[in-house]
Design a protein around this ligand. Structure first.
Ligand SMILES: [Zn+2]
Length: 1005
């Protein structure tokens, strides 16, 4: 069936869409072609491995036979979804390439490699005609994707739509414990190639199905290892998949914002070059099939409403068709809110395509087991009229049946409505270009005089990797922008009762003219991929009283704030007429040496490239200035680098490469300095979870900061850590301090994580004979000795809690918030002690990622709280009067203690000095570097409720201990490759690890 009638308007499409679906479903019955022989042996196995007939459909309860094309059995030795069979990625690829050799209907493309060098592929399947014309079809889709290329000519768009066929991109097993999709996709590819039933042939003739069968290739192979170990040790517990990819686990599906991982980049590049209309990502968690694209609100506020309608159309059709097949437990509404753009599938949503996601039911492996559901899973609800069964035997084959049936149903529906969806693809692209004329804004502007050109360039490169076009002003220009209010770029509700102002079009009284210098970067919104730039650069507001109280993920990701880079949202369309040119290469900040002289100076601006610079030139002596100074006709911040004896050619080369501006002078500035070295760093991990620390390793590796990777078990065995390391970085674990010490329970058998013949993919990152033991008391002792010996121990969130609870940090106590809801929000912090090396290069305020951070209390004594600001006791007089005991002359009231801020320790009083056992010596007292801002200024982006509980509390504390230091973070400085503006707080601590007391003012007593 083909549709060549040129359509004139969207209205006509809607009409024809209704007609087409009814034709398609009336004429083409799903099910086998009786004239095509089936592979009886394979078909018998499908039946055998499917645990009940209703867990299969007429689309997948047989396998058509082919004399030339091998079935998945050729590689698996059994059918797809067979018990005990989990193929490695290479086996899946081997099969896809066998298909390619056997049929002109298949083409396999290599789309890049993983961090560990494994290949990723995309397999295109369609009729011979479609596959032979992939390139010319791509050329048409490219025009539809960029309506500027056809001058927004509607008639031309219709001609292109009529001539084009859509590309439906399916991605499998990004989540390594969700194991079913590779075999389902192998068999799906076979069916699409071989099956002559009218239903499948229709798909083949009308849609190019593009398949990446394994997204997380490194993690897949580790998962297969673990499963094979389990098969070889049938009566034992098996090791949890503690590593998936090289860096992160489940969060690999939160990388579509920061693009830190190769798998995201590879899928992004495939998406950008193929211009598919759908990106459909396969997951397994919920019985039996949850199409969670429809999910629940709040929906992402930056996508086109046309898209959200498409979600509903395809999703509900999917539910309806599978319900008709008699398959229980298929539904489309549920607890997934579609707010964050961080999911892999969202690459399509933010680039004018359609994002889709299935959660099917998997057993984390290929065992067939009895599964008992919880009432919330099997109860009938308004959106799940045919719920899953409370109890059922479940197999990987069942899962494969559901995945394939759902995909075939969707592909058929998509093919039957291909002209509608292709036209929608064009219309969404066009509306993205029309953004400045409609909803706005017109552009985002990144000023040329930003204090952090390196971080600015890095942010812009991330946008470029998203396919966003960047322009650069060739001359200064002036446009009205929203008035800046004080230091905080955005004002916002201090309490949940006040309502935020609408931000789309500030009234003229709220704007002011601003002149941006030449060289300013402009992200125009009249481009096809304006939506992703808008979504990433804008602010987020999640109302505390939103009906959605079960928040799925982060509520904020504002990239400029998190990068500590200024981004100005400009509504006035005149900004688009500013003199500018397109940036054709990757954005780079300029670097090199200015002027001449033997002393080299580098301003510390907290650009991340500075840490790379320090480690790249690790043998060059460098000093840090402890105060700001003037030289070479400009101002240098505290912490600026001074190189007195360096090979200037080498410095020039590295500075050039890294985009760092170096100033040469003849005389060193007269300012107090201390050496900054390139210390030995250890990253410590647990065997409980490596997810969150993986984001630290990504950051360190990208910036080429070398570290030794050690586990809590290594630390438990090493009483002399200081001889090997200067800094131990312990990123959040997410399990709490007791679990860090105890590890996993010691019941049962050892759980090895090791490279062996049976498990060749384990152990490459780190290995152990038994994952169960934790840090233990000996590890705690060794860490405390490391600090006393002069080491720096950097801790965040629950690892900070460990340091506090187990006596590393005299004078600091912590509690968990009770009312605060800062759910992956961005909060403002304020600098308390600008002279602390930790704060070098930062201004007086910094936006940081926060997930219900801990509430810190500071004291000058151990074990006890000093006097805080107390209201007066009950008695005579007004609140300001003293009480006066009756019948005696009034006593002299001592001076009240000075007011204590929430981030400060109460001052030492005379009583504490009489026998000062618990009094911490001034040089060993906690030093607060940053605090949370006042309630009024605290909110930056996302959801903040009950903010007064954490407002003004200490956020980052440097605690001296013996000869060393412990650094405590209540916020998380390294998160998902998004928080590049706060990385340098950690780098500052590292580079100044042996001089953290610099600039410290000690209390007299
Ligand atoms: Zn998943």
């Amino acid at each position: 069936m083909t549709f060549s009638r040129p359509f004139r308007s969207l209205f006509l499409y809607v009409l024809s869409f209704a007609t087409l679906t009814s034709i398609a479903s009336a004429q083409v019955k799903p099910g086998r072609d009786p004239n095509q022989p089936i592979d009886q042996e394979y078909t018998d196995k499908i039946r055998e491995y499917t645990t009940a007939p209703y867990f299969n459909s007429p689309l997948t309860d047989y396998l058509p036979a082919s004399p030339d094309v091998p079935t998945p059995k050729a590689v698996l030795g059994d059918v797809a979804g067979a018990p005990g069979k989990l193929p490695y990625a290479e086996d899946v690829y081997k099969y896809m390439r066998m298909l390619e050799r056997a049929s002109p209907r298949v083409k396999v493309f290599s789309i890049g490699t993983t961090e560990e060098g494994r290949e990723m592929i995309a397999v295109a399947v369609g009729s011979e005609q479609l596959i032979s014309k992939l390139d010319e079809n791509r050329a048409r889709l490219t025009k539809l994707a960029d309506p500027r290329s056809i001058n927004m000519d509607e008639a031309e768009a219709d001609r292109l739509v009529a001539a084009s066929f859509p590309v439906y991109y399916i991605t499998g097993t990004i989540h390594s414990t969700e194991t079913g999709s590779p075999t389902a996709l192998m068999e799906l590819a076979y069916r699409l190639v071989v099956d002559n039933s009218p239903y499948v042939k229709f798909i083949r003739d009308n849609v190019v199905t593009l398949i990446t069968p394994v997204v997380e290739v490194d993690g897949r192979n580790r998962m297969v290892d673990v499963y094979n170990w389990h098969l070889a040790h049938p009566n034992e517990n098996w090791p949890a998949l503690v590593y998936w990819g090289k860096y992160v686990a489940h969060d690999n599906n939160r990388d579509a914002i920061g693009l830190s991982l190769k798998l995201t980049r590879n899928v992004m590049n495939t998406y950008l070059s193929w211009k598919p209309q759908v990106l459909h990502d396969l997951h397994e968690s919920v019985p039996y099939l949850y199409d969670n694209t429809i999910g629940d609100g709040p929906y992402n506020a930056w996508v086109d409403p046309i898209l959200t309608d498409e979600w509903q159309m395809i999703g509900w059709n999917n539910v309806s068709e599978m319900t008709k097949f008699g398959m229980p437990g298929v539904f489309a509404h549920g607890n997934f809110d579609t707010w964050s753009p961080g999911y892999l599938m969202f690459i399509a949503a933010t680039h004018n395509g359609i994002s889709r996601l299935y959660e099917t039911f998997g057993n984390a492996g290929a065992d067939t087991v009895e599964r008992t559901l919880s009432p919330s899973e099997y109860q009938r609800t308004w959106y799940r009229q045919n719920p899953p069964l409370p109890k059922a035997k479940w197999s990987q084959r069942n899962n494969n049946n559901y995945q394939q049936t759902a995909l075939l149903t969707s592909l058929h529906y998509f093919g039957a409505n291909s002209k509608l969806f292709l036209k929608n693809f064009y219309v969404k692209s066009k509306r993205s270009i029309d953004k400045p004329k409609n909803e706005g804004p017109a552009a985002y502007v990144l000023p040329a005089d930003d204090a952090r050109p390196g971080n600015q360039a890095e942010l812009l490169r991330t946008l470029q990797a998203q396919g966003v076009e960047i322009s650069r002003a060739t001359a200064a220009f002036t446009v009205p922008v929203r008035k800046r209010s004080g230091s905080a770029p955005s004002s916002s509700p201090a309490t949940s009762s006040s309502s935020p102002r609408p931000s789309a079009s500030p009234s003229p009284s709220k704007t002011e003219d601003r002149t941006f210098p030449a060289g300013t970067y402009i992200v125009r919104m009249d481009q096809p991929y304006s939506r992703i730039a808008d979504a990433l650069l804008d602010y987020q507001y999640w109302a505390p009283n939103d009906p959605q109280q079960d928040i799925y993920d982060d509520t904020a990701w504002t990239m400029g704030e998190l990068a500590n880079v200024e981004v100005v949202r400009v509504v006035d369309a005149r900004v688009l007429s500013a003199p500018m040119e397109r940036v054709t290469a990757d954005v780079r900040s300029p670097g090199g040496i200015t002027n001449a002289g033997s002393i080299l100076l580098i301003n510390h601006n907290a650009d991340n490239a500075l840490v790379t610079f320090r480690y790249r030139l690790k043998d060059v002596e460098m000093d840090a200035a402890e105060d700001p100074f003037d030289a070479a006709g400009r101002k240098f911040n505290r912490g600026s680098f001074i190189i007195r004896r360096g090979n200037s050619d080498e410095v020039r080369r590295v500075a050039n490469e890294l985009g760092i501006q170096v100033y040469a002078v003849n005389d060193a500035p007269s300012v107090k300095t201390h050496p900054i070295r390139a210390p030995r760093i250890a990253m410590m991990h647990t065997w409980l979870s490596t997810q969150d620390e993986g984001w630290y390793r990504v950051g360190l590796d990208q910036l080429q900061v070398p570290f030794t990777y050690i586990s809590t078990q290594d630390v438990s065995r090493d009483p002399n850590l200081k001889s090997k390391y200067d800094v131990i970085l312990f990123a959040p674990v997410g399990r709490g301090s007791q679990a860090i010490i105890n590890g996993l329970p010691m019941y049962g058998n050892p759980l090895p994580w090791k490279k062996t013949q049976l498990t060749p993919n384990l152990g490459s990152i780190d290995e152990t004979d038994d994952m169960r033991p934790g840090l233990g008391w000996s590890g705690l002792q060794n860490l405390q000795k490391f600090v006393k010996d002069g080491g720096l121990f950097i801790t965040v969130d629950d690892t900070a809690e460990l340091a506090i609870n187990y006596g590393f940090t005299a004078g600091v106590s912590a509690s968990r918030s009770q009312r605060l809801r800062a759910v992956g929000a961005i909060l403002r912090t304020k600098t308390v002690d600008a002279a602390s090396p930790v704060a070098y290069g930062y201004g007086d305020s910094l936006a940081m990622y926060c997930f219900n951070g801990a509430i810190y209390n500071i004291n000058n004594g151990v074990g006890g709280r000093g006097p805080r600001n107390q209201p007066r006791a009950t008695g005579r007089g007004t609140p300001d009067d003293p009480d006066v005991p009756q019948g005696r002359p009034p006593a002299e009231i001592p001076e009240p203690p000075p007011r204590v801020e929430p981030w400060e320790a109460p001052p030492v009083v005379e009583e504490q000095l009489r026998n000062a056992i618990g009094l911490i010596p001034p040089s060993q007292r906690p030093r607060v570097v940053l605090r949370y801002a006042d309630s009024r200024e605290l909110f930056v982006s996302g959801l903040l409720d009950g903010g007064d509980e954490i407002a003004q509390r200490a956020a980052i504390i440097d605690v001296p201990s013996g000869n060393g230091h412990v650094l405590l973070f209540s916020t998380n400085p390294f998160w998902r490759g998004q928080t590049k503006g706060s990385y340098f707080l950690v780098f500052n601590a590292i580079l100044n690890w042996d001089n953290l007391n610099a600039g410290r003012k000690l209390a007299p007593k």
